[in-house]
Design a protein around this ligand. Structure first.
Ligand code: HEC
Length: 143
């Protein structure tokens, strides 16, 4: 009897450890893990040109009124947040006059372009236009 209880307790501790590790693995992705593809960033560059560059500039440096989307200030704003936070901000509020005029898939492409311009590496996969999935990718200015 005592043995069974001890075994049960051990199994519980083991299970708790497993799920803990699984949760950690999912959250451990960062912008340094090659989370978008070069093709996606190229599509994003075209979409950015149409929907965003008029205010944020062709080089993403802003126009004095619209903030820069690369460089020190941008990094300061977004460091430690997630790619999902950035995507969601763009999804609900940009461009200001018609946020719904650009479909979410194109906004995911645009985020890939912004990431490319901030010198985060491309990889095999693509960013999905899903805030909850993108929230698992952390923005880290430095590796
Ligand atoms: C008409 C001008 C205009 C256009 C077009 C526009 N933006 Fe903006 N954007 C702004 C302004 C102004 C702000 C700052 C004030 C605010 O948040 O509304 C801003 C803020 C942002 C921010 C927050 C930056 C930060 O670090 O806080 C992001 C990200 C962004 N824009 C992305 C985009 C993207 C991507 C597009 C294209 C889909 C876009 N914007 C189109 C004017 C514009």
């Amino acid at each position: 009897m005592k043995l069974r209880i001890a075994f049960g307790a051990l199994a519980l501790i083991w299970l708790a450890g497993l799920s803990h590790n699984a949760a950690r693995a999912e959250q451990n992705k960062t912008v340094w893990d090659g989370v978008f593809s070069t093709a996606q960033a190229e599509r994003g560059a075209a979409a950015y040109k149409t929907a965003c560059s008029e205010c944020h500039g062709g080089d993403l440096m802003g126009d004095g009124f619209a903030p820069a989307l690369s460089g020190a200030e941008f990094m300061g704003n977004w460091n430690d947040l997630s790619v999902g936070d950035l995507f969601e901000r763009i999804r609900v509020s940009m461009p200001p006059s018609s946020p719904s005029g650009t479909p979410p898939a194109q906004k995911a492409d645009i985020v890939a372009h912004i990431m490319h311009m901030n010198k985060w590496p491309a990889g095999e996969g693509e960013l999905e236009p899903k805030t909850d999935v993108l929230k698992l990718i952390k923005i880290e200015q430095k590796k």
